[in-house]
Design a protein around this ligand. Structure first.
Ligand code: IMP
Length: 417
């Protein structure tokens, strides 16, 4: 295989596979780390100089001096969240001037998007993170959105007024009246103007930047948020996020040449988790058993703190993800958690309308499948099972939260170095 200049890292399950740690380790070898979809619904805790920092939208590559961080056009920006991240980085003494680039085309999440998210989810029961992702994407697609470049333009006042009117109509449709008066134009406008001042030096045309850097031979790490099964098109719709977590998202969300991606690395957790509602064939139904695994794995949301639903490794779903995402390599995480647990299982196949399914496609309703479980005799076998079943090599093994608890295959290292 040729050398890897542009590497795309994607979650292979429902998010929370431990991508953060993988990306953190890999960013040592890359010049640019890029977030390209999602927004503050993602969360990544990094231990830096013995201190914890949670980053939701800025790529964690910013913590390595060799690496620049890019938030490209597909990222949704919540101004409060970004300001907090700026402050956390400053408190840690991280100098990011000249190393952080924010696309002028990113859409902004405003407080009413979060309100709408909460109101919508009361009916839909998707169990969103309430960070305003869905409504902000709705505004974007309805061509009502406010982009970073708009807050520097003459039209911002008119645009913000129109936005507020539109939001008020929507909020009213939920028979929710109080909030209508809470959207204060002057307050929001002055907040946006202060924010514009703070981010001015970081805003640029990131499509052009990345295009040039790729031409110059710089190494680019594209960092997906969430996981393939939460993709708006190919995930377990409607229990999905509102952006494309599959490879296409990295193209639309950056504007780079589709042909420039050299390899796709899928990150697989040794068991499965999901947050919020939706089908989950391998879910552990016994609450005591589930709680043991949850505690051992620290399976609580890093954005919301919600307990994650837990289940066994699901091979048919991983095959589905592989088919959607075209993985070239895999990274395996949290094998240490299963070691501590002792006995574990994996789903080998499903029974669906009396037919055995090994590799589901979109015609299979995964809320109706019966999982067939196999016991994992020794947890060290998990890697072999995944490699054998998916026909892909596990090139990174992460077996603990510490930065040192990771092994990267030498051949793979020689491709990225
Ligand atoms: P939203 O992205 O906040 O709209 O939430 C939609 C669905 O995606 C919900 O089930 C969330 O729990 C899930 N989700 C969103 N972001 C993440 C993540 O970073 N990890 C895991 N699940 C997520």
């Amino acid at each position: 295989m040729r050398k890897i200049q542009v590497l795309l890292v994607l979650g292979a399950q429902w998010g929370d596979e431990g991508k953060g740690k993988i990306v953190d380790s890999l960013s040592k070898y890359f010049d640019y780390a890029v977030r390209f979809q999602g927004g503050p619904n993602a969360g990544h805790t990094v231990v830096f100089d013995g201190k914890k920092i949670v980053l939701h939208t800025i790529p964690s590559g910013i913590l390595r001096e060799n690496c620049c961080a890019v938030m490209s056009n597909g990222v949704l920006i919540d101004i409060d969240v970004l300001e907090k991240e700026f402050k956390s980085l400053k408190d840690l003494g991280v100098d990011f001037k000249g190393r952080l680039f924010i696309s002028n085309l990113c859409h902004i999440i405003l407080p009413f998007h979060k309100k709408l998210d909460a109101l919508l989810d009361t009916n839909q029961k998707i169990g969103t993170t309430k960070m305003g992702i869905g409504p902000a994407v709705e505004f974007k697609v309805a061509r009502h959105g406010i982009r970073i470049k708009d807050i520097f333009s003459q039209e911002i006042k008119t645009l913000l007024k129109e936005n507020i009117e539109y939001a008020q109509k929507l909020i009213k449709s939920f028979n929710y009246t109080d909030y209508e008066n809470d959207i204060n134009f002057e307050e929001l406008y002055s907040k946006l103007m202060k924010f514009a001042e703070k981010i001015h030096d970081f805003v640029t045309d990131t499509q052009k930047l990345l295009r040039k850097k790729i031409e110059e031979g710089k190494k680019i790490l594209l960092e997906g948020a969430q996981g393939i099964l939460l993709d708006i098109d190919f995930g377990t719709y409607p229990f999905v996020t509102s952006t494309n977590t599959s490879p296409g998202g990295s193209i639309c969300g950056t504007g780079i040449n589709p042909k420039s991606i050299d390899a796709i690395l899928g990150v697989v957790k040794a068991y499965t988790t999901r947050v919020g509602g939706g089908p989950f064939p391998s879910e552990i139904k016994d609450e005591n058993e589930a709680q043991t695994l949850r505690e051992l794995g620290g399976e609580y949301g890093s954005t919301t703190g919600r307990p994650r639903r837990v289940g066994w490794l699901d091979i048919p779903l991983l095959k589905y993800s592989k088919n959607i995402a075209y993985f070239d390599f895999l990274a395996l995480t949290k094998t240490d958690v299963l070691e501590k647990l002792g006995k574990s299982f994996y789903v080998e196949k499903y029974l669906y309308r009396d037919v055995e399914i090994y590799e589901p496609d979109t015609t299979v309703d995964i809320s109706q499948v019966v999982p067939v479980l196999c016991e994992v005799k020794r947890n060290s076998e998990i890697k072999n099972i995944i490699e054998g079943e998916l026909g892909l090599k596990v090139v990174i093994n992460s077996f603990g939260p510490d930065r040192s608890k990771i092994e990267i295959d030498e051949n793979f290292l020689s491709l990225i170095q």
